[in-house]
Design a binder for this molecule. Structure first.
Ligand code: TMP
Ligand code: ASP
Length: 237
């Protein structure tokens, strides 16, 4: 496999073509962004930690029957993935109230949501990733009703699998965001990444925040917290 030119540069990762039309390289950078890219800082080791964290989680999901884009680790900061046609919709599952849900509805942070909630956001930084619903996805042609149903089904399966995995490591999976794409065979596949950048994880006993909220809220020790989560899960760093 040969890495070729850059295809796309996101806020935290860069995507490269390869000599295989069905494979891409994801490069995890140290850039850490919040508030739709309005704040960006470099955090030492973040690219490496998130790359290895993501590989570990994607392999667990694949083993549990969730089709993922992940193929293999290539280096500390890079992995090989299946090329997907990304659907520009973020799927958010919440088990406890936090973040924008608390702001929008004025409920107490940490309130248990029973059952979990499933929300959609349009992936568009310029518009501030607006809250949308299922009919918008279909009406604007971002995805079909069938694709959306599969994205929801897979998101809930991820919640089941990872809720248990984090619980066993003494962590609450508060909420998380997933992105999906369409593979060359037409199937819906989990893309992007799963790392403490795109989810909320709290220590079960102390409720200490162990995710990107440490960066968003200026709590410090951001990567130290990511590393502790990785260590508790048994992710080799
Ligand atoms: P929110 O509370 O800001 O809506 O975020 C819910 C979860 O989704 C939280 O774990 C952070 C994650 N998320 C992202 O990773 N990127 C995004 O652009 C958004 C909107 C949420
Ligand atoms: N990842 C998004 C951004 O960079 C949202 C966030 O994590 O706050 O702005």
């Amino acid at each position: 496999m040969e890495k070729r030119e850059e295809l796309y540069r996101g806020k935290a990762k860069s995507v490269y073509k390869t000599d295989d039309a069905d494979r891409l390289v994801l490069l995890f950078r140290n850039d850490t962004s919040a508030f739709d890219g309005k704040r960006i800082e470099q955090l030492d080791r973040k690219g490496m930690v998130n790359n290895k964290f993501n590989a570990f989680i994607m392999q667990k999901l694949e083993a549990a029957g969730v089709p993922t884009q992940f193929d293999k680790l290539l280096s500390d900061n890079e992995c090989l993935v299946k090329k997907l046609d990304m659907i520009p919709v973020e799927c958010v599952v919440r088990n406890y109230a936090a973040g924008s849900l608390v702001k929008r509805l004025g409920v107490e942070e940490g309130m248990k949501l029973n059952p979990y909630t499933f929300e959609l956001f349009l992936k568009d930084d310029a518009k501030g990733d607006p809250f949308i619903n299922e009919s918008h996805v279909v009406a604007f042609g971002w995805g079909t009703a069938e694709q959306l149903a599969r994205m929801k089904e897979l998101s809930l399966k991820v919640n089941e699998v990872l809720g248990k995995l984090f619980d066993d490591a003494g962590l609450l999976l508060v909420d998380f965001k997933l992105e999906f794409g369409v593979f060359s065979d037409g199937s819906i596949v989990l893309g992007d990444e799963f790392s403490p950048d795109g989810c909320r994880l709290w220590d079960k006993d102390t409720k200490k925040k162990m995710d990107k909220d440490r960066f968003r809220q200026g709590l410090g020790d951001v990567i130290e917290a990511y590393e502790e989560v990785a260590q508790r899960l048994g992710v080799p760093l």
